[in-house]
Write a protein that binds this ligand. Structure first.
Ligand SMILES: C[S@@+](CC[C@H](N)C(=O)[O-])C[C@H]1O[C@@H](n2cnc3c(N)ncnc32)[C@H](O)[C@@H]1O
Length: 274
């Protein structure tokens, strides 16, 4: 379970202050923020909030349901699920800087009593078996080599009949990934499987595939637009270089190229726990 390289990749001291400054520079008043105001930074995956709302539409959360967000990052999805759907959400993430920032942001938008975050590893979730109605994960598995264990943990913490909502970057047919990318500066912490392998791994872990959608083309168009903004120097103050540093620019170029050349694929899926 070596995760030090992944933690180093994402670690960012001074993050809460940087986000606060970014918000002020965007003209947002800190005492009048809504979860949507944070979306440019806290939805740390391709296609941002739109992708989160689409995954939510696929998994159909109910207000009484308890959700675990595995690899929750800054907690954007958890706050959408809490504020728009009334769920109670627990986020788990390897990166302590992200968990602290996630809690600060939840308090800024008045959701401190609907969400909680803790530093932890997806491969050993700090919850009892059958604790959740929905397990949710977006763009975290590409840092995790042991996918059988990742999926076994999601299965363990779900109640029977629970749903597993996934939005992930996978290996495409177009050849190896160009690095650096937002999840890895070099290949040692990147672990992509193909869509066929992911499907087989999920079924082996005890999930029935309830929905499956390839959204690679939408992701490619979204990144092309983001990169146009970077080239035109029209980048908003809140952007992913606050999380990844100045090399985010080259990561974003590579990401667009990886999508265009079919080196990565994007899948949104829901599994039903058997
Ligand atoms: C690209 S971010 C995505 C964050 C969030 N899910 C989102 O979509 O906004 C990937 C996240 O996965 C987390 N992560 C990677 N490996 C992990 C592991 N083994 N256990 C828990 N979190 C992990 C990282 O710390 C990082 O926050």
């Amino acid at each position: 379970m070596t995760s030090a390289g992944v933690e180093r990749h994402y670690a960012r001291s001074g993050l809460i202050e940087a986000i606060r400054e970014g918000l002020k520079a965007s003209g947002k008043e800190l005492d009048r923020l809504s979860p949507a105001d944070l979306a440019a930074i806290d939805e740390f995956h391709i296609r941002g909030r739109k992708a989160t709302l689409e995954l939510a539409a696929a998994v159909r959360p109910k207000p009484s349901e308890r959700v675990i967000d595995i690899g929750c990052g800054l907690g954007g999805a958890s706050r959408v699920l809490a504020s728009e759907f009334g769920c109670r959400v627990s986020g788990v993430d390897l990166t302590p800087d992200y968990c602290r920032a996630a809690m600060a942001m939840a308090q800024w938008v008045g959701l401190g009593d609907k969400v909680d975050y803790q530093t932890g590893n997806a491969l050993g979730l700090p919850f009892a078996a059958r604790s959740f109605d929905i397990a949710w994960t977006q763009h975290a598995s590409m840092n995790i080599a042991d996918k059988p264990r990742l999926y076994a943990e999601a299965h363990r913490v779900l109640k029977p009949g629970g749903r597993f909502a996934i939005y992930d970057i996978l290996q495409g047919p177009g050849g190896p990934v160009h690095f650096p990318v937002p999840w890895a500066r070099e290949p040692s912490i990147s672990h992509l499987v193909t869509p066929e392998e992911m499907r087989r791994l999920l079924e082996t872990a005890g999930f029935e595939i309830l929905s499956w959608r390839d959204v690679t083309a939408e992701g490619r168009d979204w990144f092309a637009e983001k990169n146009r903004q970077i080239r035109d120097k029209a980048v908003p103050p809140l952007n992913f270089s606050l999380l990844l540093g100045p090399d985010y620019r080259v990561m974003a170029e590579n990401q667009e190229r990886n999508l265009r050349e079919g080196r990565i694929a994007l899948i949104e899926a829901v599994g039903g726990r058997r």
